[in-house]
Write a new protein. Structure first.
Length: 363
């Protein structure tokens, strides 16, 4: 999880991109353009077909992926505007049977709803325009395979990426493998907590949560508490927070007052943030209808300085509770999430494929 720079363990630095898809030493930037050989001849992958799976990187040996950078158009037409939910990022370590990461591309980078926003965090940075960066350390001992699945209706004209990594003769023991899991309930069940993560068995460290919420009811939505059930907890969790905006470091509904109206304030910091709020469809335009949509809110919390350790199992949930003039009430909303964690090899995790692309689209 933490880089190994201070420990004097020298590696062999490598990078994979469209110009050097194998990361081979001395083979970067060899493609030719009209300017000549080695002059930006192949900066991106072209024309990724619907239904295709593209291997972005297949690294043999022992090493650590330190940085991933990706950018792509957010839509291919006015009607086909959810590219960031239609593309799926998949990662598999050391020839495991199931992937450890299988998450819609945008959500992995804390950009739900098929729409980018600026994120300035320790682990994830998204900067204008759709420059998506991951700084999660991703170790492997035999092989690392990163794939992109195109479930979009149309070809993706251009996909830009780079994977920066180091190869090592060995890594300190034990190796903790990076995982990320996406979930969604388009209408949560009243009086039942939404599940961020479940079915994880083994020893590991929980390091982050991304929430993408569309409110379906009026009034304040964020009284729900995040719960961590650890190592055999059943009825009650070991860790329970005080509210949704509190979990991501905010307070008092992120609100300020302007001319008698309550206005929400977005923010992005190294370990927690509320970078996205909108109640307009910013992805498309049509002359026959307006751009209103259910309010969209994206928020994150990275447990890097305050990790949540587990020895046997972990389950993470959040309540759907609101507040109005009449007090607390149980509510139903549309919630998506990404859980990020590290885990030792040998754990048994429940695997379930992603929802079909249409069921991943925002309202």
């Amino acid at each position: 999880m933490h880089d190994i720079l201070p420990y004097g363990k020298f590696g062999r630095s490598r990078a994979i991109n469209a110009e050097n898809p194998t990361g081979e030493k001395g083979k970067g930037g060899t493609a030719a353009s009209n300017l000549g050989t080695g002059r930006k001849g192949s900066p991106c992958l072209l024309n990724l077909l619907p239904g295709s799976t593209t291997v972005l990187g297949d690294i043999k040996g022992c090493g650590v992926i330190n940085h991933i950078w990706i950018t792509v158009d957010a839509k291919t037409s006015e009607g086909d505007c959810f590219v960031l939910r239609d593309l799926v990022l998949r990662m598999t370590w050391d020839d495991e049977e199931h992937p450890s990461v299988e998450v819609p591309l945008g959500d992995f980078f804390c950009c739900g709803f098929g729409k980018e926003c600026t994120v300035n965090s320790y682990s994830i940075a998204v900067v204008p325009a759709r420059g998506m960066n991951s700084y999660f350390s991703m170790p492997f001992t035999k092989r690392a395979k990163i794939e992109l699945i195109n479930e979009h209706k149309n070809p993706i004209p251009a996909f830009f990426y780079q994977i920066d990594y180091c190869l090592y003769d060995s890594l300190p023991d034990p190796v903790l493998y990076f995982h990320a899991k996406w979930n969604r309930e388009s209408v949560t069940e009243k009086k039942k907590d939404y599940t961020i993560l479940d079915g994880v068995h083994g020893r590991g460290i929980y390091v982050g949560t991304y929430l993408a919420l569309q409110t379906l009811e009026r009034y304040w939505w964020g009284e729900g508490e995040v719960k961590f059930y650890l190592d055999g907890d059943v009825e009650f969790p070991t860790i329970c927070g005080t509210g949704t905006e509190d979990y991501v470091g905010g307070s008092w509904s992120f609100a300020k007052q302007e001319d008698g109206r309550t206005v929400e304030q977005t923010y992005s910091t190294p370990f927690l943030g509320y970078p996205y709020y909108s109640k307009q469809d910013e992805l498309t335009y049509h002359p026959y209808y307006n751009d209103d949509c259910p309010p969209m809110r994206g928020m994150y919390r990275f447990h890097i300085p305050d990790p949540v350790y587990f020895e046997e199992d972990i389950r993470v949930t959040i309540q759907q509770i609101g507040m109005c003039h009449n007090g607390l009430f149980e509510r139903q909303d549309d919630v998506s999430s990404v859980a990020y964690w590290y885990q030792e090899k040998g754990g048994q995790n429940d695997y379930s494929p992603l929802l079909p692309r249409e069921e991943r689209w925002p309202r």
